[in-house]
Design a protein around this ligand. Structure first.
Ligand SMILES: CC(C)(COP(=O)(O)OP(=O)(O)OC[C@H]1O[C@@H](n2cnc3c(N)ncnc32)[C@H](O)[C@@H]1OP(=O)(O)O)[C@@H](O)C(=O)NCCC(=O)NCCS
Length: 161
């Protein structure tokens, strides 16, 4: 397994993994990933099995402390010198799950954010994944009123370094 950051050439594989992982109302589109990859390819962490992308995480950096729906939709809000690393998406192809791959990428994102001198890492998730993210040190902050994409209820979680 190889872990690396992204380039625009990874666009098709990233969009395909996203599509395999989320219902249409929640999946980010190819256009959205193109925009993200043009602005912050260095904040994608990808895991490959040979040439095949099997898992990835991504999220931009901002001085805003809370994750909002606008951030998912607008990559231009990225600020490379921002305080907080946002974690927008965590995806592993169904047939590769439960091997710790997403966990390795989440740890890689946390490690990188710490190394870059950020204040911490912020994510939103559904109730069923609260325990999973807690295993990496994320602390729950309860339901957020700043994110409702896909019509779901989202909880905010944070690691502060
Ligand atoms: C959530 C998701 C990213 C997890 O990916 P993954 O690569 O399977 O993640 P991990 O392997 O690190 O952990 C998943 C589970 O497998 C367990 N696991 C990890 N390594 C394992 C191993 N070697 N053997 C058995 N189980 C293992 C983990 O403890 C975890 O268990 P839990 O769900 O009871 O907490 C994946 O299921 C997914 O893409 N889901 C759809 C999209 C989604 O909901 N994303 C999150 C919201 S952004």
């Amino acid at each position: 397994m190889e872990i690396r950051t992204a380039t625009l050439a990874d666009l098709d594989q990233i969009a395909a993994v996203e599509k395999a992982c989320f219902p249409p109302a929640e999946a980010a589109s190819v256009d959205s990933f193109r925009e993200r990859l043009m602005v912050y390819p260095n904040h994608f962490h990808l895991m490959f099995c040979g040439p095949k992308l099997i898992s990835f995480v991504d999220g931009f950096v901002t001085d805003e402390a809370d994750l909002t729906d606008e951030m998912f939709a607008d990559a231009s809000l990225h600020n490379e010198s921002g305080r907080w690393q946002m974690l927008f998406g965590v995806n592993t192809l169904p047939e590769y799950r439960r091997n710790g791959y997403a966990g390795q990428l989440i740890r890689e994102m946390i490690r990188t954010a710490r190394e870059e001198g950020r204040a911490g890492v912020v994510l939103t998730c559904k109730d069923r994944l609260l325990h999973y993210y807690a295993t990496f040190g994320f602390i729950g902050e309860g339901p957020t009123d700043k994110s409702s994409h896909g019509g779901a209820k989202w909880n905010q979680m944070r690691i502060t370094f």
